[in-house]
Design a protein around this ligand. Structure first.
Ligand SMILES: Nc1ncnc2c1ncn2[C@@H]1O[C@H](COP(=O)(O)OP(=O)(O)O)[C@@H](O)[C@H]1O
Ligand SMILES: [Mg+2]
Length: 323
């Protein structure tokens, strides 16, 4: 599309639902984005996806796609590649960056290549994987984190405290999620950094510290209102916070992400930060982090949605005008 579009004349499809384990979260995100776009006078429609056959006909109805799918198809680069083929602009990261971010092992390799800190890990080979995993856990030490290679929303992430629990945890994770890896447990604080492109410049938003009231930051802690305490900005020394924000921005760029993302980190008591992962399609629910981080930077929800919308045009960006 040459030049700047007349934004309010474009038919914008908010793609939501999908078939992944995060369908319900996606529906809530999509609804909020849809409402924000309508409130700001855009010609938005909801594209709720319930089966793969609906995908192409639904995409044909719109000029631009605001992707609110979490996990699976929407976040693994598949939809992005399809939209590239169809020549339809879409919000956020492209196909390759999306794929890299969702595959946490590829992402970790990319962080390490870029010289960015990520917790030490072991990826047990398919042959003799169980013995390799058990032996690897001893090397990493307990507690150890067992993670599916490609899932989100903490689904399947388990913190294993003793060797006695390990084998069952590994077998269950393997059976339910397939490929997995073990990661060194990083004690300390849980923080997340929203990344947002405004006026052609990528910024790290104020850090959010997440303190689950019980256990760790699992699915329940993420999506049950009140289950997690949010500290904004995170209670960190200013230079530690700044370093974590710089790392988050570097992680976003190391994967080739575009426009926005949310980077999860752990920060030790000594102020050392480790990158856990980059989420290319951050949640936009009432309890989600990116909207909270934006609000802390003085950016209301509807304006955040407009900045995200703008990322659909990757050249000649000018986020000053929404008309
Ligand atoms: N290496 C680790 N050390 C300590 N806690 C971890 C570690 N990895 C994951 N966690 C916990 O599990 C949560 C989910 O892990 P994460 O890698 O962000 O995957 P997801 O895609 O499921 O959000 C984190 O937010 C954190 O609370
Ligand atoms: Mg995470």
């Amino acid at each position: 599309m040459a030049g700047w579009p007349k934004w309010r004349q474009l038919r914008i499809g908010v793609l939501m639902g999908g078939l992944s384990a995060e369908r319900e979260v996606s529906l809530r995100s999509g609804e909020n984005v849809y409402r924000a776009l309508k409130a700001r006078g855009y010609n938005a429609i909801k594209l709720e996806l319930s089966s793969p056959d609906e995908l192409i006909p639904k995409l044909a109805e719109v000029d631009l796609v605001f992707i609110c799918l979490h996990g699976g198809l929407g976040e693994d680069g598949t939809i992005q590649a399809l939209l590239d083929c169809l020549g339809k602009p879409y919000t956020g990261s492209g196909a390759l960056a999306s794929r890299l971010a969702l595959d946490k092992l590829l992402a970790k390799e990319a962080f390490l290549r870029a010289g960015l800190p990520t917790p030490p890990y072991i990826h047990p080979d398919s042959e003799g994987w169980l013995a390799a995993a058990l032996e690897g856990a001893e090397r990493l030490g307990f507690p150890v984190v067992v993670k599916p290679r490609a899932e989100g929303s903490s689904l399947g992430v388990r913190i294993v405290h003793s060797p006695a629990e390990l084998e069952a945890a590994l077998r269950e994770t393997k059976e339910r999620f397939g490929d997995l890896y073990l990661e060194k447990f990083i004690p300390g604080k849980e923080v997340t950094a929203g990344i947002l492109r405004i006026g052609g410049e990528d910024r790290a938003l104020p850090l959010i510290e997440l303190r689950p009231r019980e256990g760790f930051y699992d699915y329940k802690a993420k999506y049950t209102p009140g289950a997690t305490e949010f500290i904004i900005p995170a209670a960190l020394e200013p230079e530690v916070a700044q370093k974590a924000q710089e790392l988050a921005l570097a992680a976003h760029h190391a994967l080739g992400c575009f426009g926005f993302s949310r980077v999860d980190l752990r920060v030790t008591e000594a102020g050392e930060a480790f990158i856990l992962e980059v989420n290319t399609i951050p949640g936009m629910t009432a309890t989600s982090d990116l909207p909270k981080a934006a609000a802390a930077a003085g950016i209301p929800f509807e304006e955040l949605v407009e900045y995200m919308l703008k990322t659909a045009f990757k050249e000649g960006e000018d986020a000053r005008s929404f008309d």
